[in-house]
Design a protein around this ligand. Structure first.
Ligand SMILES: NC(=O)c1ccc[n+]([C@@H]2O[C@H](COP(=O)([O-])OP(=O)(O)OC[C@H]3O[C@@H](n4cnc5c(N)ncnc54)[C@H](OP(=O)(O)O)[C@@H]3O)[C@@H](O)[C@H]2O)c1
Length: 238
């Protein structure tokens, strides 16, 4: 039986990921802050699963909780670091911005690092991190969210290079979604994709041990344009 941990499983993409991985026979470890949601999810899935609450903004405590969950599960093949917040940035409010840095940067790095060290010690494994197409968008009106996702994508790239140098069969998959229909997204932005379709593409990328995937695929074009366009030109379209 394959085993996976999903960090940020209580809602949206993480919830649907749990549904689709459980349907493929995975035993899951489900992590997030909201225990009631995690318990409800675990009860709705086929098979027996583990629940571990965590607040990744308390990075060191979360690292301990992840390690403890790995020990409880005995062996883990796949860890998906999906937890994230996308706060509104209509005004630059430090408390609001800091939460994104705490969760999307410090929490993300702490969870990814603990996962990588576990896989190195285990000799093999798969880390998947949910970043965003926002990683390519430095001229937008959500500077902190974009910067946190640029950190996530860059950090995963670095971990992938370390894994390659180690010669161990460790896969690192960077997932960069555009807009996915979850509680994080308000209204109907461009190319909003159903969560089921988006997560099916993520699962496919994980199963095929891809280094990198855009969700949905058309966002590759947007990322490419954002990478090559000068900021003054991007600002003209804002
Ligand atoms: N939806 C999109 O269009 C979109 C696009 C690009 C990237 N993403 C990324 O996809 C990931 C999932 O987002 P989503 O759209 O599924 O949003 P969501 O429904 O709001 O889910 C966010 C998940 O992160 C968890 N989380 C938030 N803060 C946490 C904390 N301090 N500690 C532990 N877990 C925490 C939440 O659990 P608790 O609240 O229970 O802790 C929840 O499970 C995020 O990293 C997001 O940035 C989403």
């Amino acid at each position: 039986m394959k085993k996976a941990i999903i960090i940020g499983a209580s809602s949206g993409i993480g919830w649907e990921l749990a549904v689709q991985l459980a349907a493929k026979g995975y035993q899951l470890g489900l992590m997030a802050r909201r225990k009631d949601c995690l318990d409800k999810l675990a009860a709705s899935l086929p098979g027996d699963h583990f629940v571990q609450t965590t607040d990744v903004s308390h990075a060191e405590q979360s690292q301990g909780e992840l390690t403890s969950l790995i020990e409880q599960m005995g062996d883990v093949d796949l860890i998906v670091v999906n937890s994230g917040v996308g706060n509104k940035e209509r005004v630059l409010d430090w408390v609001v911005e800091r939460e994104m840095i705490d969760v999307n940067v410090r929490g993300f790095a702490a969870m990814s690092l603990t996962s990588m060290n576990y896989f190195v010690q285990r000799g093999t494994g798969h880390l998947a991190g949910v970043s965003s197409c926002a990683a390519h968008f430095s001229a937008g009106i959500t500077p902190t969210y974009n910067a946190t996702k640029a950190f996530a994508s860059n950090y995963l790239n670095g971990l992938r290079s370390r894994a390659a140098r180690s010669k161990l069969p460790i896969t690192v998959t960077t997932i960069e979604p555009g807009f996915v229909e979850t509680p994080m997204v308000e209204g109907k932005p461009m190319w909003l994709a159903p969560v089921e379709k988006s997560v099916a593409q993520m699962v496919n990328a994980i199963e095929n041990k891809k280094d990198h995937v855009f969700i949905t695929k058309r966002w590759r074009l947007v990322a490419l344009l954002l990478d090559i366009m000068p900021n003054w030109l991007i600002r003209k379209f804002m």
